[in-house]
Design a protein around this ligand. Structure first.
Ligand code: 13P
Ligand code: SF4
Length: 326
């Protein structure tokens, strides 16, 4: 990205003095990428200096999964959380996959183990298991098909069964249930960020602003989603904003998403009532520089897990993209 364009994006969030501090690290990382033939994938929740400064491919978890399987780079460094880096390893097992901080977890991924899935399958024999990608590779390995927030309803409806086990996000499962005739058997996982939003937040904003688009992530409760004008994956939210005529945007999702979009839609006002994901925020420029320099922290998985998890991820990608590779 050209210096001028980068400054435009960063200045929507940061003071010039803060921006100046980022520049040496951004340059160093971009040089290391070239030297090591590394590609940096960046989730929409990365802070602007990571999102715009050093990430080569950005997007929601569905798009980034697809791109992880298609790169020619020798190293994939995932600017996101651990389950995303694991999915990249599953799809590109012969590449070196790195994450800048191994502790960048996810409350949803942490809510369920492989053993829990095996027990659920025993309780509901023959019922297909749909697992949200916000889960460990071990859990994906016990799954019939994965989904993301971008395609959850389509994936559930694609299955030839009247009922479906949907793991681990209880709220996403509830939001899928509103849009399918199939019986959804849920689990009790929750996103620690999206569960903080309430229907009261939306009522208060609608009272304050006449012309406002309320856009929520489907990891929010059904009450929040019902009161929203739109609910979808992080990239689907961006598309909705692009097409929306409203001047004010109340984005009900992780905070950096609004920071990254403010510079793209300067004519809109992003109402700033947001919560940050402590896991996503573990990733910093300094840690990315160290990760590339020292080729740490490498994500490794047993072959058995890779092979089984790959089936469930690829089955999802084949439904969402006609020409998915893995
Ligand atoms: P998306 O798949 O919408 O990018 O979301 C991932 C995530 O972790 C949301 O909390
Ligand atoms: Fe997990 Fe929620 Fe953070 Fe997304 S925002 S990574 S679902 S804890």
């Amino acid at each position: 990205m050209k210096q001028q364009e980068l400054e435009k994006h960063l200045s929507a969030t940061y003071h010039p003095a803060e921006m100046k501090q980022f520049m040496p690290l951004i340059e160093e990382i971009n040089q290391l990428k070239k030297d090591k033939n590394a590609v940096l994938l960046g989730h929409n929740y990365m802070t602007p200096e990571i999102f715009y400064g050093v990430s080569d491919i950005v997007g929601d978890s569905l798009y980034l999964s697809k791109m992880a399987g298609e790169t020619d780079a020798d190293i994939i460094l995932f600017n996101g959380v651990y389950f995303m880096a694991e999915t990249a390893k599953v799809l590109s097992p012969n590449k070196k996959v790195l994450i800048a901080d191994k502790e960048a977890g996810c409350s949803l991924a942490d809510s369920i183990t492989r053993k829990d899935v095996i027990e659920l399958k025993a309780k509901h024999p023959g019922v297909p298991v749909v697992t949200y990608v916000n889960s460990s590779a071990e859990v994906k390995a016990e799954t019939d098909i994965c989904c993301t927030s971008a395609n959850a309803v389509a994936i559930v409806n694609s299955l030839d069964s009247d009922s479906v086990i949907f793991l681990p996000d209880e709220y996403l499962a509830g939001n899928v249930q509103r849009n399918t005739n199939k019986k959804i058997i849920t689990y009790s996982g929750k996103c620690m960020v999206h569960e903080l939003y309430t229907d009261e937040d939306i009522r208060a904003i609608r009272k304050q602003f006449k012309d406002v688009s309320v856009i929520s992530h489907p990891e929010c409760s059904t009450k929040v989603v019902e009161l929203s004008d739109f609910s979808g994956s992080t990239s689907q939210m961006e598309k909705f904003i692009r097409d929306s005529k409203s001047e004010n945007i109340f984005l009900i999702t992780e905070c950096s998403m609004g920071d990254n979009l403010r510079s793209v839609f300067p004519e809109k006002t992003f109402i700033s009532t947001c919560h940050t994901c402590p896991h996503m925020k573990k990733i910093s420029l300094k840690k990315i520089r160290d990760a590339l320099k020292n080729e740490q922290f490498e994500v490794t998985l047993p072959n058995e897990i890779i092979e089984k998890a790959k089936k469930s991820v690829m089955r999802m990608l084949e439904i969402s993209y006609k020409n998915a590779k893995g």
